[in-house]
Ligand binder design. Structure first.
Ligand SMILES: Nc1ncnc2c1ncn2[C@@H]1O[C@H](COP(=O)(O)OP(=O)(O)OP(=O)(O)O)[C@@H](O)[C@H]1O
Ligand SMILES: *[C@@H]1O[C@H](CO)[C@@H](O)[C@H](O)[C@H]1NC(C)=O
Ligand SMILES: *[C@@H]1O[C@H](CO)[C@@H](O)[C@H](O)[C@H]1NC(C)=O
Ligand SMILES: *[C@@H]1O[C@H](CO)[C@@H](O)[C@H](O)[C@H]1NC(C)=O
Ligand SMILES: *[C@@H]1O[C@H](CO)[C@@H](O)[C@H](O)[C@H]1NC(C)=O
Ligand SMILES: *[C@@H]1O[C@H](CO)[C@@H](O)[C@H](O)[C@H]1NC(C)=O
Ligand SMILES: *[C@@H]1O[C@H](CO)[C@@H](O)[C@H](O)[C@H]1NC(C)=O
Length: 669
């Protein structure tokens, strides 16, 4: 009775003071908490204190202070709170570090550290009586320095990470009072209740799987007067930190009330935890098995095995942020069926990024090519997928249409239009059974030029292809050249540490300034296009280790022939005499021009298209610094650039590189 009167009194008081003394968030879609560190809301309304990070912390506080005491000297009022959380880790058996429900003097915890400090304190502030911080920790790592009991415990912390009281995570069954283990890192949502009785001076903590009624007996019940540790007004919220394992800590819903029981959460309207990996189905097993005979159990089990195996076989990774990309996402199962289970028979080829399979989509009967790219790092995946989706909107008859993608653990699948004639390089090198005649080659060249021009200048934003080369030009049914393989180079750029400029591309097509600055631009694409022109005209790879030493760099060889006035000797022997000399000359000279080491001297793709169409005459190469007297297109520091272009690969793969490079760049021969 006394308690009730007190409650009523405080309730009236709170009404009078106009303070917000209770609140409930069933999901955080409309929440306005004070976020700090890396905490953020997900589009589905989860409060993500950390999102797949290591060594970071996140805080979220209710923005208004809570008047825990009516005046500085009175004792702390009763309060209660309840929240649903979920911890999702990269690994099944290891996570880090945990979530803490916090009561703190400010809506932030400045100076606090991540990892074992749980975003609460640091070396100096831990154990400091001036902290005025009270926490209920859900800790997934045993930090012996703070006397942790195990790697799966609930603890009550007062100004220190050495818990005043702690217990392994679980609950006491209402039926028989037996303790049931729970695992914080099981990836399951769980509910926690924290209650403080301001009269009995007792703090209770209870935990259960979400959806289970609150167990009657708390897991922790600590008699302690919190008054000396708390200010009159305090902030309530959550702190979380990650250690060295990629972990996400989510709060799904939260309810708080001063002087009374926190409103029950509406569990059905809470946002869902992200699905990662195959769903657990073991509960089915535990219900089904005892009910039926051994024989049918066996049948069931084998059914389950099949189901789980299938489930795992078709498991994919889908995160909240991808939901907007729905139309561009393929189901793994669909691709699996399309490619007949990624059979070797359907293998079209393998490149630097992964294997490519042919398939037929079961629903639409469209022929596709599926590229499986293994990609361990999840960093930058979001930007990359955004980019894929934007690339998917590119439409041009000289571009291989990207239809969509699918993600699995450590793997990305890209779905393209199928190109029945495969890649151009197959028609050029290694004594092909069938080669393209000059008319066809010129058509491919013009097509690729117009595709690249579209990427550079005609689309709504500038797209740098980054890996133009004969093996990335595919031929459709009518032998039109189409550029493929966009943006993949970018995936590797995103994934790498920005500190180390990691250049992606193919040796022989990389512009000198690209290797020097690590930046791909439209001019570096033009450079690669130049190498491609020479390739198609000469039927030789840009760097051909089998050629005589002084000729093994294609551009160098063509240049030397040109300077002797014999450029037509460079033409592919496979063509015989069946070519138009003026056109071959145009293509080869344009190839040299695009290979200029000075980016400013290279034409733009717009100009290239005009030269090829004969709308504008190609300028005399001599007037552009390509003079027979000396290769001034390799300007003064040229040698260093070239030497840097191939820091390891050249020396290892081509022992003569230095001398050849030197001879190109030191001026003629
Ligand atoms: N859309 C497609 N249609 C038909 N065949 C394709 C398609 N995409 C790729 N291929 C085939 O798969 C092979 C491998 O392609 P991929 O692009 O992975 O290799 P690459 O271009 O040689 O190397 P890199 O990955 O280093 O660019 C190609 O040579 C080509 O024959
Ligand atoms: C959220 O809270 C902050 C600080 O309390 C306030 O400045 C801001 O206007 C609020 N925003 C909304 C949308 O309520
Ligand atoms: C995690 O949060 C950071 C900071 O808000 C953001 O830059 C990053 O894209 C997020 N990562 C994922 C995987 O959502
Ligand atoms: C609170 O206590 C302090 C000393 O403990 C005393 O000086 C002060 O007057 C008290 N204030 C009130 C409002 O009772
Ligand atoms: C530790 O945290 C306190 C605040 O709690 C801060 O003032 C102090 O600078 C921090 N110390 C270090 C070494 O970061
Ligand atoms: C609970 O977990 C502990 C430690 O992992 C183990 O020793 C104990 O047997 C488990 N109890 C039950 C009932 O599963
Ligand atoms: C805390 O738990 C004890 C023991 O179960 C119980 O007697 C007490 O009423 C509980 N207090 C609150 C505030 O729930």
């Amino acid at each position: 009775m006394i308690l009730n009167l007190a409650t009523l009194f405080f309730a009236l008081l709170s009404l009078a003071s106009g303070q917000d003394l209770k609140f409930t968030f069933n999901g955080f879609r409309l929440a306005n908490l004070t976020l700090d560190g890396i905490a953020e809301y997900t589009p589905t309304g989860l409060l993500a204190l950390t999102n797949r990070t290591v060594q970071r912390k996140g805080h979220a506080f209710y923005p208004n202070p809570i008047p825990f005491k009516t005046s500085p000297n009175t004792s702390v009022s009763s309060f209660s709170t309840s929240f649903v959380f979920g911890i999702i880790s990269e690994f099944q058996k290891l996570s880090g570090h945990g979530i803490v429900f916090v009561v703190a003097p400010t809506p932030a915890l400045p100076g606090a550290l991540a990892s074992q400090y749980l975003g609460l304190f640091n070396e100096t502030s831990n154990d400091d009586p001036n902290n005025h911080v009270i926490g209920v920790e859900l800790d997934t790592i045993q930090s012996t320095e703070f006397g942790d009991i195990n790697n799966n415990h609930v603890g009550i912390d007062i100004n220190s990470l050495d818990s005043v009281d702690a217990h392994p995570v679980g609950y006491f069954s209402d039926e028989n009072g037996q303790f049931q283990n729970l695992s914080l890192i099981s990836g399951k949502a769980m509910q926690v209740w924290v209650e403080y009785d301001g009269v009995k001076k007792q703090i209770n903590v209870t935990i259960a799987l979400v959806g289970v009624n609150k167990p009657k007996k708390p897991i922790l019940s600590l008699p302690r007067d919190l008054s000396p540790f708390m200010n009159q007004e305090m902030y309530v919220g959550f702190s979380s930190s990650t250690g060295s394992v990629l972990t996400s800590h989510y709060i799904l819903g939260w309810s708080f009330r001063l002087n009374g029981e926190a409103k029950e959460l509406d569990l059905s309207s809470l946002p869902k935890l992200p699905r990662i990996g195959p769903k657990k189905t073991s509960r089915f097993l535990t219900i089904g098995v005892p009910a039926i005979s051994v024989v049918s159990a066996l049948v069931l089990i084998s059914g389950m095995f099949f189901y789980l195996k299938r489930k795992r076989k078709f498991a994919e990774v889908l995160e909240d942020w991808e939901l907007d990309y729905g139309p561009h996402r393929f189901k793994y199962k669909e691709l699996y069926i399309a490619t007949k289970g990624f059979k070797d028979k359907e293998l079209l080829g393998a490149g630097g990024f992964g294997r490519v399979y042919r398939g037929i989509l079961p629903s639409s009967k469209i022929e596709i090519a599926v590229k499986r790219v293994s990609h361990e790092s999840r960093q930058g995946m979001r930007e990359f997928v955004a980019e894929i989706v934007s690339i998917g909107r590119l439409r041009h008859r000289n571009i291989v249409q990207l239809l969509g993608y699918c993600r699995r653990k450590g793997e990305l699948l890209l779905v393209y239009d199928y190109m029945p004639n495969g890649s151009l390089d197959k028609f050029l090198y290694d004594q092909p059974d069938f080669t393209l005649n000059w008319r066809q080659r010129l058509r491919v060249i013009k097509g690729v030029a117009s595709g690249l021009f579209y990427l550079h200048e005609e689309w709504e934003q500038v797209v740098v292809h980054r890996d133009v080369k004969a093996s990335n030009v595919l031929l459709d049914g009518e032998l039109n050249g189409r550029l493929g393989d966009f943006g993949l180079a970018r995936l590797y750029d995103h994934g790498t540490d920005p500190q180390t400029t990691h250049v992606v591309g193919t040796v022989g097509y990389l512009a000198p300034e690209h290797t020097r600055t690590g930046r791909a631009t439209t001019s570096t694409d033009v450079y690669a296009f130049g190498a491609f022109l020479l390739e198609v005209g000469c039927g030789r790879r840009p760097i051909d280790p089998r050629a005589p030493t002084e000729d093994f760099i294609l551009v160098d060889w063509v240049f030397s022939l040109w300077s002797k006035g014999e450029i037509l000797l460079a033409v592919d022997h496979n063509l015989g005499c069946d070519f138009v000399a003026e056109e071959v000359e145009l293509v080869l000279k344009l190839g040299l021009l695009c290979s200029h080491s000075e980016p400013m001297a290279r034409p733009s793709m717009r100009q290239v298209v005009r030269y090829l169409e004969g709308e504008v005459a190609l300028p005399e190469l001599t007037s552009l610094g390509l003079s027979a007297a000396g290769l001034t297109f390799a300007h003064r520091e040229g040698f260093d650039e070239f030497a840097m272009s191939y820091p390891y690969t050249m020396d290892q793969a081509f022992p003569h590189s230095t001398s050849v490079a030197e001879s190109i760049l030191s001026g003629g021969r």
